[in-house]
Design a protein around this ligand. Structure first.
Ligand SMILES: NC(=O)c1ccc[n+]([C@@H]2O[C@H](COP(=O)([O-])OP(=O)(O)OC[C@H]3O[C@@H](n4cnc5c(N)ncnc54)[C@H](OP(=O)(O)O)[C@@H]3O)[C@@H](O)[C@H]2O)c1
Length: 255
């Protein structure tokens, strides 16, 4: 006997990758507060459990989204549990400080596998379910998806790819009623810089420099980015697709 889905027909279901920290955790919490069932995905079980402990609407699924077969398994886990999928938030990602002189094939491949290939395979696996419910995809880019970033060109290039996937999928899927948008955060408090393997002193220096360049005078908080992901995911946002919403305290406006 197969288990019956446990959602009411009107309840929505989301997958949020990278839900154990930063923008992903804030997004999982904000979606759950809005009444959405959330499958939170990331490699660290403990970090995900902390997110899930904060709201009973969140279920943790520890998984490496770059591993073979995992994107499909993640989508199946959500659909097996709740019987549907309405929102895919492709948030998990990493940055890499790497000059051209130091460019390393393995690091480039790893960055693209996480920032570009995994979101693509998740979206592919989600597609039939998003079609069924006229669902939506929100990708997470960066200010540097549309600005140059000397010293981290491959990160910028991977986010430029995310922005072009967003626009192209928006057109490709519009006739299915599936909306595809992206948020492009500026420098936001999270584990991203430490996760890039930078020494703490360097991280602090980068944070100070960034805050100094942002017109609103400070780095962002994950909740300030998550709020816009939730807006874009809302079924009331019926007429917006293919857009890249920059949320960066005005950094994008500066030279
Ligand atoms: N913070 C910023 O300043 C900033 C600015 C622009 C754009 N962004 C983008 O915002 C998104 C979220 O980053 P964040 O700032 O919130 O940083 P973060 O705290 O480092 O979050 C990244 C998340 O991705 C998950 N992740 C990494 N590799 C994974 C894998 N192979 N499989 C599954 N999950 C994986 C991490 O969890 P595990 O380590 O447990 O797997 C982590 O929870 C990223 O796409 C980032 O590029 C951030």
């Amino acid at each position: 006997m197969t288990a019956q889905p446990i959602t009411h027909e009107r309840e929505r279901v989301a997958i949020v990758t990278g839900a154990g920290s930063g923008i992903g955790r804030a997004t999982a919490l904000a979606l759950a507060r809005a009444g959405t069932h959330v499958l939170g995905v990331g490699r660290r079980a403990e970090a995900l459990e902390q997110t899930a402990a904060a709201n009973p609407g969140i279920v943790a699924l520890p998984a490496d989204i770059t591993a073979d077969g995992i994107p499909r398994a993640v989508v199946e886990a959500a659909v097996d549990r709740w019987g549907r999928l309405d929102v895919l938030v492709n948030n998990a990602g990493a940055t890499a400080v790497m000059s051209l002189a130091d460019t390393d094939a393995e690091r480039v491949t790893g960055l693209l596998a996480l920032n570009v290939v995994a979101p693509s395979l998740l979206a592919q696996a989600a597609l039939p379910h998003l079609r069924a419910g006229r669902g939506t995809i929100i990708n997470v880019s960066s200010t540097y998806g549309h600005r140059p970033l000397p010293g981290a060109a491959h990160y910028a290039a991977s986010k430029a790819a995310v922005e072009q996937l967003t626009r192209s999928w928006a057109l490709e899927l519009a006739s299915d009623g599936i909306r595809v948008n992206a948020v492009a955060p500026g420098p936001t408090e999270s584990e991203a810089l430490s996760a890039a393997g930078l020494p703490e002193a360097t991280v602090e220096q980068i944070k100070q420099d960034e805050a100094g360049r942002i017109p609103l005078g400070r780095r962002g908080r994950p909740e300030e980015v998550a709020a816009w992901i939730v807006h874009l995911a809302d079924p009331a946002a019926t007429w917006i697709t293919g857009q890249i919403l920059t949320v960066d305290g005005g950094l994008d406006l500066t030279g």
